[in-house]
Structure formats: C-alpha cells, structure tokens
Design a protein around this ligand. Structure first.
Ligand code: 4NP
Length: 162
C-alpha cells in the first residue's frame, strides 16, 4: 500500500527545549500507534545560536525519565521548510509571527499553527511557554502540555484527511 506521508515541523526559538521535545513525544506516540510510516517529523528553531547542538540537558533529563529519546540536533528554520512541510507548528506567538515573516503566499500561511491550539486538557493555556530561563518544574510543565497537544494534533490531522 502506498501511504501519503504527512510532514510536521515543530518550531520554537532555540530548537533545544520545546520543539525537539514535541518531536520526541510525537515520535513516541506514532511508534506506539504503529503509524511511523505515515509521518515525517522534524523540528527547528527561529534562531541560529544552537545549530548542531544536542537538546538542552535539562529537557533531555526530564524527557528521558518519561521514556522519550532525544536524537535531534538543532537547526535553524529556512524558507524552504514552508514549502516542504504540511504542518508548521510554533510554540508561542513570537514563533508564529517569525514563521509567517518567512512565508511567500497564502498556501504557506495556512500551514502555520500554534501548538497550544491543539491542547484539550488546558483550555486557558494559550502558549507553550519558554522554559529556558526557568526551573525543573517549567520543563515538566512543557512536557505535560506537549503530551496533551500532540494527541490533539494527531486527531486534527486525522480529521483533516477525511
Ligand atoms: P526553546 O528554548 O526555544 O524552547 O528551544 C530556548 C532555548 C534557547 C534560548 C531561548 C529559548 N536562547 O536564548 O538561547
């Protein structure tokens, strides 16, 4: 059977905390659902400061405790990503406006979503907050949010296909 893959790009500021965690969680969920062949999952950052680096040690530690694997190396978003990917998902409003500033046309702009819009158990949460200058509990909270939003996202994609 030929499967048309859905490609998803998670975007945050540095690509070392939130977006690689979203990528790891989504990889884990689709693996458990045995749907790996249906998706291409990647992440990137708005900024170039951490290019080539592993994810933030604090995020790796918190995520690995929950069973997620962090293999990603940070990279910066490029205009071509808006062509290549089906869903481009930013973590906060600043990410969204930075992504949109790279877009060429309405077709590309329609691919851009805010991760918090897929939350189901945190109705008042409007963003996935940057944990970089925060403590352990901020990293845990980001993982809680991302676990919820990834399930909402997969549901949205499935409904969009029908
Ligand atoms: P992220 O977190 O956007 O979730 O990867 C950050 C990582 C690094 C920086 C800011 C946010 N920084 O300023 O270097």
């Amino acid at each position: 059977m030929i499967i048309n893959k859905t490609s998803i790009l998670f975007v945050c500021l540095g690509n070392i905390c939130r977006s690689p965690a979203a990528e790891s969680i989504m990889n884990d969920v689709v693996e458990k659902q045995q749907r790996e062949r249906e998706f291409i999952i990647d992440s990137c950052g708005i900024g170039a400061w951490h290019m080539g680096q592993k994810s933030d040690r604090r995020m790796i530690e918190a995520g690995e405790k929950r069973g997620y694997s962090f293999l990603h190396r940070a990279r910066q978003i490029k205009k071509e990503d808006l062509l290549r990917f089906d869903y481009i998902i930013g973590m906060d409003d600043e990410n969204i406006s930075d992504i949109l500033s790279l877009s060429n046309d309405e077709k590309q702009r329609r691919k851009v979503y805010k991760m918090a819009s897929f939350l189901r158990n945190y109705p008042s949460q409007k963003t996935i907050p940057d944990p970089y200058y925060g403590g352990k509990e901020d990293f845990e909270f980001v993982l809680d949010l991302l676990e919820d939003a990834v399930l909402g996202l997969i549901d949205f994609i499935d409904k969009n296909k029908k």
